[in-house]
Design a protein around this ligand. Structure first.
Ligand code: TPP
Length: 625
């Protein structure tokens, strides 16, 4: 059957396992082809093709509900559920999202992107189903790294032993983005790869079969006993303690086996977990060989396996963070870094290679990572950097408040991916200033370039307080010359003018400087100031500037409701500074979708054209008044 003919999952119901296997190859081919131009989550999707085909063959979506954890691995599901013809638009602005999204299809039940939710959501749906007296199947599809999320364990603990038609699919590829970490990985892999376990089984069989006379028979009869023994050393014991019946491990690329297993499970009267082993990157050799690099990819050349890009690799804020923090660690043995499963994205790979005991990947466990970082830094003997993506830090708000700020522990938070993210609504890092600002003793800074980032990283431990340095994943310059100490709360005047004051946060200063030039050409002289510190504000400088400017423009790549602009407005009010017109530019209060960084900035009006137009309007209206 050709892929184009599949409009709904019904179209695959009659296909034999052999035909499904052929279809799997076509889907894999399509994923590779589209991702080679669009980029996206490659490795996990190549691994789940047969699994998702089998699920759609056996179950009846959308009545039966598949809940994909994170949902970055659901491309085959998209292709099978009427979105094949749009698949070329994947990740493009206005096109298909890289994640499940109910606005796209009734087969998608949640718009997801953060890990660890599928079990809780599955349980919620199952309870509603039962209260409604319905009997459809609920199938959370979780990765092995999902089980490193505390929330997943909380949900496991909450599964009623008599919950029917609840089938958890554990898609185990032994990888998070980087290698999966912690005890869970040992539990999952101990039967499969532990040589001691294998030896144990072999040893038992060999011993029994040597008993004279009835050795062979006994060996056969004791299969059951041996399988009970296996249970002791298999993941079954772990899941069965939670009341989940364990099935597996099953080869996640054997469609017949998968289909048969899922069919068998339809009649079980208790909750089940099916342990499926898949290979990340299957079907694309470089992706199999380097699963970390090929987890999320930029466009690439299918023949050479090389990533496409224009010219030499540019430094970005995260890459400079990775370099500088490694230098600092080399100079100072008390420096320790913590990451919740984002070693590669946060550019900490070289750090962990050089100092494996001082770079700690705690799994997808943001809350734990923050509390852990606080305790690591408690006695003052360690300088602790917690490197966390802005969007994922949202998971750890109470840990930030209760376990670090309230304790007044000077952890340094390196807040990566602050700003709009190409992946869309689930990944934008645009709310962190709001909640960080609420913490009484927090310092919040944002560098406008790489050199300032390096200076802030080196200055932050001198403040003696919890400090957050937020930065986006965009290109920047490393900067030359000696690094200066940046005193807490000290802003920097970048251009002097008299008509208007522009305050740009972080990389928005580039925009502010461009506006300065454009306005100059129109006869408007703007002062441009980089606050550097969103908190505390440079009050003395701002008061002085406000004595000679009546119009202020704030620009930030953060929610305008509760970011720097709002903090500045509050400063004006609380200091009773009157007669100032303020215009706050930032991200409006709405959920923003996916697209390139440039497209998203354009969408929310954070471009020189749009801000210039607004400023000119204001200035000319003021003149004619
Ligand atoms: C709360 C949260 N933290 C971090 C991430 C980043 N992240 C996306 S996928 C992923 C790894 C998921 O691993 P696993 O669940 O095993 O699925 P696989 O990608 O191996 O298929 C991580 C850490 C996230 N999406 N959500």
């Amino acid at each position: 059957m050709i892929l184009e003919a599949i409009k709904t999952p019904q179209d695959i119901k009659e296909l034999s396992p052999l035909k499904l296997a052929k279809l799997a190859e076509k889907i894999r081919e399509k994923i590779i082809s589209v991702l080679s131009t669009n980029g996206g989550h490659l490795g996990s999707n190549l691994g789940t093709v047969e699994l998702i085909l089998s699920l759609h063959k056996v179950f009846d979506s959308p009545k039966d509900k598949f809940i994909f954890d994170v949902s970055h691995q659901a491309y085959t599901h998209k292709i099978l559920t009427g979105r094949n013809s749009q698949f070329e638009t994947l990740g493009k602005m206005g096109g298909l999202s890289g994640f499940t999204h109910p606005a796209e299809s009734p087969h998608d039940h949640f718009h997801l992107g953060h890990a660890g939710t599928a079990l809780s959501q599955g349980l919620g749906l199952a309870h509603t189903r039962d209260l409604n007296g319905e009997s459809n199947y609920i199938l959370p599809i979780i990765g092995d790294a999902t089980l490193t999320c505390g929330m997943s364990l909380e949900a496991l603990n909450n599964i009623p032993p008599n919950l029917k038609h609840f089938i958890v699919v554990l898609n185990d590829n032994a990888m998070s983005i980087s290698k999966n970490v912690g005890v869970i990985t040992n539990i999952l892999s101990r039967l499969i790869s532990n040589p001691t376990t294998h030896k144990l089984h072999e040893g038992i069989h060999a011993l029994i079969s040597k008993i004279p006379g009835f050795g062979k028979n006994l060996s056969r009869h004791t299969q059951k006993a041996v399988s009970s023994l296996k249970n002791l050393v298999s993941p079954a014991a772990f899941f069965e303690l939670y009341g989940l019946h364990y099935i597996g491990p099953i080869d996640g690329h054997d469609i017949k086996k998968l289909v048969d297993t899922f069919n068998d499970l339809k009649s079980t009267a208790w909750p089940v977990i099916v342990h499926v082993l898949t290979q990340k990157g299957r079907g694309l050799e470089p992706a199999v060989k380097s699963p970390v690099t090929w987890h999320g990819v930029k466009p690439f050349d299918r023949v050479t396996g090389k990533f496409l890009g224009s010219g030499p690799k540019k430094e970005t804020f995260p890459s400079l963070f990775g370099k500088e923090i490694l230098k600092m660690a080399e100079e100072d043995p008390s420096l320790v870094a913590v990451t919740p499963a984002m070693l590669a994205g946060s550019c900490l790979d070289p750090f962990i290679e050089k100092f494996p005991t001082r770079c700690l990947d705690v799994g997808i466990a943001e809350g734990h990572s923050v509390t852990f970082a606080g305790a690591l830094a408690l006695d003052g003997s360690k300088k602790v950097v917690a490197s966390i993506y802005a969007t994922f830090l949202q998971r750890a708000l109470d840990n930030l408040f209760h376990d670090v700020c309230l304790q007044e522990i000077p952890v340094l938070f390196a807040i990566d991916r602050a700003g709009l993210a190409p992946y869309g609504g689930t990944h934008h890092g645009i709310y962190d200033i709001s909640f960080l600002n609420a913490m009484p003793n927090m310092v919040i800074a944002q560098p406008r370039n790489g050199k300032l980032l390096r200076e802030l990283l080196r200055s932050a431990f001198h403040y003696g307080k919890p400090c957050a340095i937020r930065y986006p994943n965009v290109a920047t310059e490393e900067g030359e010359g000696a690094l200066s100490f940046r005193p807490e709360g000290k802003a920097e005047v970048l251009r002097e003018g008299s008509d208007l004051l522009i305050l740009g946060v972080g990389q928005m200063n580039e925009l502010a400087l461009e506006l300065h030039q454009r306005l100059k050409a129109r006869g408007i002289e703007a002062t441009v100031v980089d606050p550097i510190f969103v908190k505390p504000l440079d009050q003395a400088l701002f008061k002085e500037l406000l004595s000679r400017h009546q119009t202020v423009v704030t620009i930030e790549e953060h929610s305008v409701q509760s970011g720097f602009g709002a903090i500045f407005n509050h400063f004006l009010m609380s200091h009773k500074i009157q007669g100032i017109s303020v215009f706050n530019f930032g991200i409006p209060e709405q959920f923003i979708g996916h697209g390139s960084h440039g497209e998203l900035l354009h969408l929310v009006g954070l471009t020189a054209d749009k801000i210039e137009e607004a400023i000119v309007k204001v200035c000319t209206t003021a003149e004619t008044r």
